[in-house]
Design a protein around this ligand. Structure first.
Ligand code: ADP
Ligand code: MG
Length: 260
């Protein structure tokens, strides 16, 4: 239980959440608390409910019971996907979805917050503050040199970074990132870790990941949450979690990609 004072630091509160699909309990009495500016890593075997957990926060799926709140008291279960996104909760799915026929620069432009549609955005003169913001994002995601490339021509890892940049273009408070390192080379994975670490603080981030080297890199002194059968099995620093007997049984003992 959290005290009111602690509550002011929380950006996400998930309490007593249950979700059943056709009688199958995908999420069982799930409790999860994220502090503002925190970078949290969530691990767990395939089918543990990690993506469903993101679906519940983003409004793609509604819980059967339980509380999901944003900030002090915004009830996310009462809002739809679009409204939740507009509040400042951005999600990155596993497969990158960029506009392949547009340049990297245009992809970022199209993602900036603003009322215009695609056509108007591309044919209207861009304002200097928009260009500055895009430059900033290009540097952050290290695609400055490829700003004029078609997004469809980027390597898999670069597409993932572009999509993170597109998410950031909307200035989200919370970033939910599902298995960003999947399909990446070791070098790309490491760079992705650096990017996420650089975003913590200004953003509150939850990263779901399988790759243990990557989890170790981004977890540092932060908390790791282990999900198993739709509930929290264990939560703590990377080393604590790694040496936990229950965790080893269900997950870590099976190697880097143990659950596939
Ligand atoms: P993870 O991301 O940890 O691998 P998921 O959240 O994708 O796990 O899935 C958890 C369980 O819930 C799985 O058994 C999956 O088949 C089931 N599930 C997830 N979403 C749905 C859905 N929309 N309809 C039916 N079953 C679902
Ligand atoms: Mg998943």
């Amino acid at each position: 239980m959290t005290t009111p004072r602690e509550k002011t630091h929380l950006i996400l509160t998930v309490e007593g959440v249950n979700k059943t699909f056709d009688g199958f309990k995908a999420i069982t009495n799930l409790n999860f608390y994220l502090n503002r500016g925190e970078l949290r890593t969530v691990i767990g075997p395939n089918g543990a409910g990690k993506s469903t957990f993101f679906d519940l926060i983003t409004g793609r799926t509604k819980p059967d019971t339980g509380k999901i709140e944003f900030g002090w008291d915004t009830d996310l279960t009462a809002l739809n996907e679009y409204e939740i996104n507009r509040l400042g909760i951005g999600r990155k799915f596993q497969t990158p979805s960029v506009y392949g026929d547009h340049s990297v620069w245009e992809n970022l432009l199209l993602s900036l917050k603003g009322p215009r549609g695609v056509f108007a955005t591309l044919f209207h003169r861009t304002r200097s503050e928009q260009r500055d913001r895009i430059d900033e994002l290009l540097t952050l995601i290290r695609l400055d040199a490829k700003r004029d490339w078609l997004a469809g021509q980027l390597a898999h890892g670069e597409k993932q970074w572009l999509e993170i940049g597109m998410l950031l273009a909307q200035d989200p408070q919370v970033l939910l990132v599902d298995e960003p390192a999947a399909g990446m080379t070791d070098d790309e994975t490491h760079r992705t870790g650096e990017l996420l670490l650089s975003l913590a603080g200004q953003h509150s981030i939850v990263v779901v990941e399988h790759d243990m080297a990557f989890v170790k890199q981004i977890a540092r002194d932060g908390k790791v949450t282990v999900l198993h059968q739709g509930t929290v099995l264990c939560e703590g620093k990377f080393d604590e979690v790694q040496s936990d007997t229950k965790v080893r049984e269900v997950y870590l003992g099976r190697g880097k990609h143990g659950t596939r």
